[in-house]
Design a protein around this ligand. Structure first.
Ligand code: PLP
Length: 408
Protein backbone atom coordinates (compact mmCIF):
# COMPACT_ATOMS: atom_id res chain seq x y z
CA UNK A 1 0.00 0.00 0.00
CA UNK A 2 1.27 3.49 -0.81
CA UNK A 3 2.43 5.57 2.12
CA UNK A 4 0.72 8.94 2.41
CA UNK A 5 2.29 12.33 3.10
CA UNK A 6 1.66 12.27 6.84
CA UNK A 7 1.98 16.05 7.11
CA UNK A 8 -1.54 16.22 5.64
CA UNK A 9 -2.78 14.40 8.72
CA UNK A 10 -1.63 17.32 10.89
CA UNK A 11 -3.92 19.82 9.12
CA UNK A 12 -6.50 21.31 11.43
CA UNK A 13 -10.04 20.08 10.71
CA UNK A 14 -11.50 21.48 7.53
CA UNK A 15 -10.66 24.58 5.64
CA UNK A 16 -12.16 27.58 7.48
CA UNK A 17 -14.80 28.28 4.84
CA UNK A 18 -15.96 24.67 4.88
CA UNK A 19 -16.59 25.00 8.64
CA UNK A 20 -18.57 28.19 8.05
CA UNK A 21 -20.56 26.57 5.23
CA UNK A 22 -21.52 23.72 7.56
CA UNK A 23 -22.81 26.15 10.20
CA UNK A 24 -24.73 28.18 7.62
CA UNK A 25 -26.27 25.01 6.15
CA UNK A 26 -27.36 23.87 9.59
CA UNK A 27 -29.00 27.28 10.12
CA UNK A 28 -30.72 27.10 6.72
CA UNK A 29 -32.18 23.69 7.43
CA UNK A 30 -33.66 24.87 10.73
CA UNK A 31 -34.71 28.32 9.42
CA UNK A 32 -35.72 27.71 5.79
CA UNK A 33 -37.68 30.98 5.44
CA UNK A 34 -34.97 33.36 6.68
CA UNK A 35 -33.03 35.50 4.17
CA UNK A 36 -29.35 35.12 4.92
CA UNK A 37 -26.94 37.89 3.92
CA UNK A 38 -23.54 36.47 3.07
CA UNK A 39 -20.68 38.80 3.86
CA UNK A 40 -18.30 35.99 4.76
CA UNK A 41 -16.33 34.37 1.97
CA UNK A 42 -14.34 36.78 -0.17
CA UNK A 43 -16.05 36.02 -3.47
CA UNK A 44 -17.19 38.73 -5.83
CA UNK A 45 -20.81 39.19 -6.90
CA UNK A 46 -20.74 41.66 -9.80
CA UNK A 47 -20.72 40.32 -13.40
CA UNK A 48 -17.66 40.32 -15.63
CA UNK A 49 -16.94 43.68 -17.30
CA UNK A 50 -18.30 43.95 -20.83
CA UNK A 51 -14.84 44.45 -22.37
CA UNK A 52 -13.75 41.17 -20.79
CA UNK A 53 -16.78 39.25 -22.06
CA UNK A 54 -16.31 40.68 -25.55
CA UNK A 55 -12.67 39.59 -25.60
CA UNK A 56 -13.67 36.10 -24.47
CA UNK A 57 -16.31 35.81 -27.23
CA UNK A 58 -13.79 36.88 -29.82
CA UNK A 59 -11.23 34.41 -28.51
CA UNK A 60 -13.77 31.60 -28.67
CA UNK A 61 -14.46 32.47 -32.32
CA UNK A 62 -10.73 32.52 -33.09
CA UNK A 63 -10.47 29.00 -31.74
CA UNK A 64 -13.29 28.00 -34.06
CA UNK A 65 -11.33 28.28 -37.28
CA UNK A 66 -8.28 26.36 -38.47
CA UNK A 67 -6.30 29.54 -39.29
CA UNK A 68 -6.58 31.08 -35.85
CA UNK A 69 -6.90 27.97 -33.69
CA UNK A 70 -4.42 27.69 -30.78
CA UNK A 71 -3.51 24.64 -28.75
CA UNK A 72 -1.27 24.64 -25.69
CA UNK A 73 -0.44 28.14 -24.48
CA UNK A 74 3.17 29.09 -23.67
CA UNK A 75 3.95 27.84 -20.13
CA UNK A 76 4.63 31.34 -18.77
CA UNK A 77 1.80 33.07 -20.63
CA UNK A 78 1.15 34.73 -23.98
CA UNK A 79 3.39 37.73 -24.77
CA UNK A 80 0.30 39.93 -25.40
CA UNK A 81 -0.77 39.53 -21.76
CA UNK A 82 2.71 39.67 -20.24
CA UNK A 83 3.42 42.89 -22.17
CA UNK A 84 0.15 44.43 -20.96
CA UNK A 85 0.94 43.45 -17.36
CA UNK A 86 4.43 44.97 -17.52
CA UNK A 87 3.22 48.17 -19.18
CA UNK A 88 0.16 48.86 -17.03
CA UNK A 89 1.01 47.32 -13.65
CA UNK A 90 4.75 48.05 -13.43
CA UNK A 91 6.21 50.47 -16.01
CA UNK A 92 3.41 52.93 -15.15
CA UNK A 93 4.77 52.94 -11.55
CA UNK A 94 8.40 53.25 -12.58
CA UNK A 95 9.15 49.56 -12.01
CA UNK A 96 11.13 47.69 -14.63
CA UNK A 97 10.15 44.04 -15.09
CA UNK A 98 11.29 41.71 -17.89
CA UNK A 99 8.84 39.42 -19.69
CA UNK A 100 10.72 36.31 -18.48
CA UNK A 101 10.07 37.43 -14.88
CA UNK A 102 6.26 37.18 -15.25
CA UNK A 103 4.44 33.84 -14.93
CA UNK A 104 0.74 33.87 -15.87
CA UNK A 105 -1.26 31.24 -14.00
CA UNK A 106 -4.74 30.12 -13.05
CA UNK A 107 -4.77 31.66 -9.59
CA UNK A 108 -2.84 33.31 -6.80
CA UNK A 109 -4.08 30.64 -4.41
CA UNK A 110 -2.30 27.97 -6.46
CA UNK A 111 0.79 30.15 -6.87
CA UNK A 112 1.17 31.12 -3.22
CA UNK A 113 0.67 27.44 -2.36
CA UNK A 114 2.83 25.93 -5.10
CA UNK A 115 5.79 28.28 -4.71
CA UNK A 116 6.90 26.13 -1.77
CA UNK A 117 7.85 23.40 -4.29
CA UNK A 118 11.11 25.22 -5.03
CA UNK A 119 12.08 25.65 -1.36
CA UNK A 120 13.68 23.15 1.00
CA UNK A 121 11.57 21.66 3.72
CA UNK A 122 13.66 23.06 6.57
CA UNK A 123 13.17 26.77 5.86
CA UNK A 124 11.67 28.73 8.76
CA UNK A 125 8.43 30.43 7.79
CA UNK A 126 7.18 33.74 9.16
CA UNK A 127 3.64 35.08 8.79
CA UNK A 128 1.80 38.14 9.93
CA UNK A 129 -1.04 37.02 12.18
CA UNK A 130 -3.99 36.91 11.33
CA UNK A 131 -3.18 35.50 7.90
CA UNK A 132 -4.67 34.14 4.66
CA UNK A 133 -4.86 30.43 5.68
CA UNK A 134 -3.35 29.11 2.43
CA UNK A 135 0.18 30.24 3.42
CA UNK A 136 0.04 28.21 6.62
CA UNK A 137 -1.76 25.11 5.35
CA UNK A 138 0.49 24.65 2.32
CA UNK A 139 3.54 24.85 4.59
CA UNK A 140 1.94 22.31 6.93
CA UNK A 141 1.52 20.00 3.91
CA UNK A 142 5.19 20.47 3.06
CA UNK A 143 6.26 19.61 6.60
CA UNK A 144 7.57 23.07 7.45
CA UNK A 145 5.13 24.01 10.21
CA UNK A 146 6.00 21.58 13.03
CA UNK A 147 3.19 20.62 15.38
CA UNK A 148 0.00 22.43 16.31
CA UNK A 149 0.06 23.50 19.97
CA UNK A 150 -2.36 25.96 21.60
CA UNK A 151 -3.60 27.38 18.31
CA UNK A 152 -0.11 27.84 16.79
CA UNK A 153 2.32 25.84 14.65
CA UNK A 154 5.51 25.27 16.60
CA UNK A 155 7.92 26.03 13.72
CA UNK A 156 6.08 29.05 12.31
CA UNK A 157 7.04 32.53 13.47
CA UNK A 158 3.86 34.56 14.06
CA UNK A 159 4.02 38.35 13.83
CA UNK A 160 0.89 39.70 15.55
CA UNK A 161 -1.09 42.46 13.86
CA UNK A 162 -3.79 43.76 16.16
CA UNK A 163 -5.41 47.03 17.16
CA UNK A 164 -2.68 47.35 19.84
CA UNK A 165 0.04 47.85 17.20
CA UNK A 166 -2.33 49.53 14.75
CA UNK A 167 -1.99 46.40 12.51
CA UNK A 168 1.60 47.34 11.65
CA UNK A 169 3.81 44.26 12.04
CA UNK A 170 7.06 44.60 13.98
CA UNK A 171 10.26 42.85 12.86
CA UNK A 172 10.40 39.30 14.26
CA UNK A 173 12.80 38.53 17.11
CA UNK A 174 13.65 35.12 15.57
CA UNK A 175 15.27 34.55 12.17
CA UNK A 176 12.90 33.58 9.37
CA UNK A 177 13.98 32.37 5.92
CA UNK A 178 10.67 33.02 4.20
CA UNK A 179 8.19 35.72 5.15
CA UNK A 180 4.64 36.09 3.83
CA UNK A 181 3.31 39.64 3.56
CA UNK A 182 -0.13 40.39 2.14
CA UNK A 183 -1.06 44.03 1.43
CA UNK A 184 -3.75 45.28 1.24
CA UNK A 185 -4.27 42.68 3.89
CA UNK A 186 -6.71 39.85 3.93
CA UNK A 187 -8.30 39.60 6.49
CA UNK A 188 -7.74 42.91 8.32
CA UNK A 189 -8.21 45.22 5.32
CA UNK A 190 -5.22 47.28 6.49
CA UNK A 191 -2.26 48.50 4.41
CA UNK A 192 1.40 49.49 4.77
CA UNK A 193 2.80 52.85 3.70
CA UNK A 194 5.94 52.99 1.56
CA UNK A 195 8.07 53.71 4.65
CA UNK A 196 6.60 50.76 6.52
CA UNK A 197 7.14 48.42 3.57
CA UNK A 198 10.69 49.75 3.11
CA UNK A 199 11.43 48.62 6.67
CA UNK A 200 10.59 45.04 5.60
CA UNK A 201 12.55 45.15 2.37
CA UNK A 202 15.62 46.49 4.23
CA UNK A 203 15.20 43.82 6.89
CA UNK A 204 15.01 41.13 4.19
CA UNK A 205 18.11 42.51 2.45
CA UNK A 206 20.08 42.58 5.74
CA UNK A 207 18.98 39.11 6.86
CA UNK A 208 18.68 37.13 3.60
CA UNK A 209 14.95 36.70 3.93
CA UNK A 210 12.74 35.76 0.98
CA UNK A 211 9.49 37.80 1.00
CA UNK A 212 6.36 36.30 -0.56
CA UNK A 213 4.39 39.47 -1.29
CA UNK A 214 0.71 38.82 -2.00
CA UNK A 215 -0.81 41.90 -3.67
CA UNK A 216 -4.08 40.24 -4.73
CA UNK A 217 -6.02 43.32 -3.55
CA UNK A 218 -3.79 46.10 -4.88
CA UNK A 219 -6.54 47.35 -7.22
CA UNK A 220 -8.53 48.45 -4.15
CA UNK A 221 -5.90 50.95 -2.99
CA UNK A 222 -7.36 54.47 -3.02
CA UNK A 223 -4.63 56.40 -1.20
CA UNK A 224 -1.85 57.52 -3.58
CA UNK A 225 0.82 57.08 -0.88
CA UNK A 226 0.26 53.35 -0.50
CA UNK A 227 2.46 51.14 -2.69
CA UNK A 228 0.75 48.79 -5.16
CA UNK A 229 3.83 46.65 -5.69
CA UNK A 230 6.70 45.73 -3.37
CA UNK A 231 9.01 46.53 -6.29
CA UNK A 232 8.22 50.21 -5.78
CA UNK A 233 10.70 49.86 -2.90
CA UNK A 234 14.38 49.98 -3.84
CA UNK A 235 16.15 46.63 -3.54
CA UNK A 236 12.92 44.59 -3.41
CA UNK A 237 13.74 42.70 -6.61
CA UNK A 238 16.59 41.04 -4.72
CA UNK A 239 14.32 39.72 -1.97
CA UNK A 240 10.69 39.42 -3.08
CA UNK A 241 8.35 37.34 -5.19
CA UNK A 242 5.07 39.15 -5.94
CA UNK A 243 1.67 37.52 -6.47
CA UNK A 244 -1.17 39.27 -8.30
CA UNK A 245 -4.63 38.09 -9.31
CA UNK A 246 -7.41 39.16 -11.66
CA UNK A 247 -9.93 37.54 -9.29
CA UNK A 248 -10.72 40.54 -7.13
CA UNK A 249 -9.44 43.12 -9.59
CA UNK A 250 -11.82 42.21 -12.40
CA UNK A 251 -14.26 39.58 -11.16
CA UNK A 252 -12.23 36.56 -12.34
CA UNK A 253 -12.82 34.31 -9.31
CA UNK A 254 -14.59 31.83 -11.59
CA UNK A 255 -12.67 32.60 -14.79
CA UNK A 256 -9.26 32.03 -13.08
CA UNK A 257 -6.27 34.14 -14.02
CA UNK A 258 -3.37 35.47 -11.97
CA UNK A 259 0.34 36.05 -12.29
CA UNK A 260 3.50 35.82 -10.26
CA UNK A 261 6.65 37.90 -10.68
CA UNK A 262 9.93 36.16 -9.87
CA UNK A 263 12.76 38.63 -10.53
CA UNK A 264 16.00 37.48 -12.12
CA UNK A 265 18.02 39.08 -9.28
CA UNK A 266 16.38 36.82 -6.72
CA UNK A 267 18.51 33.93 -5.49
CA UNK A 268 18.24 31.06 -3.06
CA UNK A 269 20.99 28.96 -1.59
CA UNK A 270 21.64 25.33 -2.46
CA UNK A 271 22.81 23.00 0.30
CA UNK A 272 26.38 22.93 -0.99
CA UNK A 273 26.75 26.68 -1.11
CA UNK A 274 26.24 28.18 -4.58
CA UNK A 275 23.33 30.50 -5.09
CA UNK A 276 20.52 29.44 -7.42
CA UNK A 277 18.17 31.63 -9.44
CA UNK A 278 14.64 31.27 -8.09
CA UNK A 279 13.36 32.47 -11.47
CA UNK A 280 14.97 29.49 -13.20
CA UNK A 281 13.61 27.06 -10.59
CA UNK A 282 10.07 28.45 -10.86
CA UNK A 283 10.35 28.42 -14.64
CA UNK A 284 11.38 24.75 -14.54
CA UNK A 285 8.61 23.93 -12.11
CA UNK A 286 6.05 25.73 -14.28
CA UNK A 287 7.20 23.98 -17.47
CA UNK A 288 6.97 20.60 -15.76
CA UNK A 289 3.71 20.92 -13.86
CA UNK A 290 1.63 23.49 -15.77
CA UNK A 291 0.43 23.67 -19.36
CA UNK A 292 -0.59 27.30 -19.44
CA UNK A 293 -3.69 29.37 -18.73
CA UNK A 294 -6.28 29.08 -21.50
CA UNK A 295 -6.10 31.40 -24.49
CA UNK A 296 -9.66 32.63 -23.85
CA UNK A 297 -8.81 33.53 -20.28
CA UNK A 298 -5.61 35.33 -21.19
CA UNK A 299 -7.43 37.39 -23.83
CA UNK A 300 -10.01 38.20 -21.15
CA UNK A 301 -7.25 39.35 -18.79
CA UNK A 302 -5.64 41.43 -21.52
CA UNK A 303 -8.97 43.25 -21.99
CA UNK A 304 -8.78 44.42 -18.35
CA UNK A 305 -6.03 46.80 -19.51
CA UNK A 306 -7.90 48.24 -22.52
CA UNK A 307 -9.35 51.76 -22.03
CA UNK A 308 -12.92 50.35 -21.81
CA UNK A 309 -11.75 47.51 -19.55
CA UNK A 310 -10.00 49.93 -17.21
CA UNK A 311 -13.09 52.14 -16.95
CA UNK A 312 -15.40 49.15 -16.31
CA UNK A 313 -13.06 47.64 -13.73
CA UNK A 314 -12.81 50.99 -11.98
CA UNK A 315 -16.61 51.20 -11.83
CA UNK A 316 -16.74 47.71 -10.31
CA UNK A 317 -14.12 48.52 -7.70
CA UNK A 318 -15.94 51.78 -6.90
CA UNK A 319 -19.10 49.74 -6.36
CA UNK A 320 -17.40 47.45 -3.83
CA UNK A 321 -15.57 50.31 -2.15
CA UNK A 322 -18.87 52.18 -1.78
CA UNK A 323 -20.21 49.06 -0.04
CA UNK A 324 -17.14 49.19 2.20
CA UNK A 325 -17.78 52.85 3.01
CA UNK A 326 -21.47 52.22 3.78
CA UNK A 327 -20.57 49.39 6.16
CA UNK A 328 -17.65 51.19 7.78
CA UNK A 329 -19.65 54.36 8.44
CA UNK A 330 -22.57 52.40 9.82
CA UNK A 331 -20.38 50.26 12.08
CA UNK A 332 -18.39 53.24 13.36
CA UNK A 333 -21.68 55.08 13.93
CA UNK A 334 -22.85 52.14 16.04
CA UNK A 335 -19.76 52.46 18.20
CA UNK A 336 -18.03 49.30 16.96
CA UNK A 337 -14.25 49.38 16.65
CA UNK A 338 -13.78 48.95 12.92
CA UNK A 339 -10.63 48.72 10.80
CA UNK A 340 -9.80 48.41 7.10
CA UNK A 341 -12.31 49.07 4.34
CA UNK A 342 -10.55 52.21 3.09
CA UNK A 343 -7.99 50.67 0.74
CA UNK A 344 -9.28 47.11 0.79
CA UNK A 345 -12.63 45.34 0.40
CA UNK A 346 -12.49 43.89 3.94
CA UNK A 347 -13.75 45.32 7.21
CA UNK A 348 -12.26 43.97 10.41
CA UNK A 349 -14.47 44.43 13.45
CA UNK A 350 -13.50 44.10 17.11
CA UNK A 351 -16.23 41.93 18.60
CA UNK A 352 -18.39 43.86 21.08
CA UNK A 353 -18.35 43.04 24.79
CA UNK A 354 -15.27 40.82 24.50
CA UNK A 355 -17.16 38.08 22.66
CA UNK A 356 -15.04 35.38 21.04
CA UNK A 357 -14.91 35.41 17.24
CA UNK A 358 -17.10 32.30 16.89
CA UNK A 359 -19.62 33.56 19.51
CA UNK A 360 -20.00 36.80 17.56
CA UNK A 361 -20.26 34.81 14.31
CA UNK A 362 -23.07 32.68 15.82
CA UNK A 363 -24.87 35.76 17.13
CA UNK A 364 -24.73 37.46 13.74
CA UNK A 365 -25.96 34.31 12.03
CA UNK A 366 -28.77 33.41 14.43
CA UNK A 367 -29.96 36.87 15.46
CA UNK A 368 -29.30 38.92 12.29
CA UNK A 369 -28.98 36.25 9.60
CA UNK A 370 -25.67 37.77 8.52
CA UNK A 371 -22.68 35.58 7.70
CA UNK A 372 -19.25 36.99 8.56
CA UNK A 373 -15.93 35.22 8.98
CA UNK A 374 -14.63 34.62 12.51
CA UNK A 375 -11.25 36.33 12.90
CA UNK A 376 -9.74 33.46 14.86
CA UNK A 377 -10.05 31.31 11.72
CA UNK A 378 -7.19 33.40 10.30
CA UNK A 379 -4.83 32.81 13.24
CA UNK A 380 -4.55 33.34 16.99
CA UNK A 381 -4.28 37.15 16.75
CA UNK A 382 -7.63 37.14 14.94
CA UNK A 383 -9.42 36.04 18.12
CA UNK A 384 -11.89 38.71 19.20
CA UNK A 385 -12.38 40.00 15.65
CA UNK A 386 -14.72 39.23 12.74
CA UNK A 387 -14.32 39.99 9.03
CA UNK A 388 -17.05 41.35 6.79
CA UNK A 389 -16.53 41.70 3.04
CA UNK A 390 -17.62 44.51 0.75
CA UNK A 391 -18.18 42.06 -2.11
CA UNK A 392 -21.90 41.75 -1.43
CA UNK A 393 -24.75 43.14 -3.43
CA UNK A 394 -25.52 46.83 -2.58
CA UNK A 395 -29.05 46.17 -1.30
CA UNK A 396 -27.80 43.30 0.87
CA UNK A 397 -25.04 45.48 2.26
CA UNK A 398 -27.51 48.22 3.20
CA UNK A 399 -29.91 45.66 4.67
CA UNK A 400 -27.05 44.20 6.74
CA UNK A 401 -26.22 47.63 8.22
CA UNK A 402 -29.95 48.16 8.94
CA UNK A 403 -30.16 44.84 10.80
CA UNK A 404 -27.02 45.67 12.78
CA UNK A 405 -28.36 49.11 13.74
CA UNK A 406 -31.66 47.63 14.92
CA UNK A 407 -29.86 44.96 16.91
CA UNK A 408 -27.23 47.10 18.64
N1 PLP B 1 -4.43 35.84 -2.02
C1 PLP B 1 -5.27 36.35 -1.12
C2 PLP B 1 -4.73 37.20 -0.03
C3 PLP B 1 -6.64 36.08 -1.19
O1 PLP B 1 -7.47 36.58 -0.28
C4 PLP B 1 -7.13 35.27 -2.23
C5 PLP B 1 -8.56 34.94 -2.34
O2 PLP B 1 -9.38 35.16 -1.55
C6 PLP B 1 -6.23 34.75 -3.14
C7 PLP B 1 -4.89 35.05 -3.02
C8 PLP B 1 -6.70 33.83 -4.21
O3 PLP B 1 -6.70 34.40 -5.43
P1 PLP B 1 -7.10 33.56 -6.72
O4 PLP B 1 -8.57 33.65 -6.89
O5 PLP B 1 -6.31 34.22 -7.81
O6 PLP B 1 -6.65 32.15 -6.51
Amino acid sequence: MALVNEHFLKLQSNYLFADIAKKVNAFRVTHPKEKIIRLGIGDVTQPLPEAVRKAMHEAVDELGSVESFRGYAPDQGYPFLIDAIIKHDYASRGVSIEPSEVFVSDGAKCDTGNIGDILRRDNTIGVTDPVYPVYIDTNVMAGRAGTFVDGKWSDVVYIPCTAENNFIPTLPDRHVDVLYLCYPNNPTGTTLTKDELRKWVDYALRNDVLIMYDAAYEAYIQDPDIPHSIYEIKGAKKVAIEFRSFSKTAGFTGVRCAYTVVPKELNGLSKDGPTVSLNSLWSRRTATKFNGTSYITQRAAEAVYSPEGKAQVKAMIDYYMTNARIMREALVGLGLQTYGGENAPYIWIKTPGGLSSWKFFDKLLYELKIVGTPGVGFGPSGEGYLRLTAFGDRDDTIEATRRLAAWL
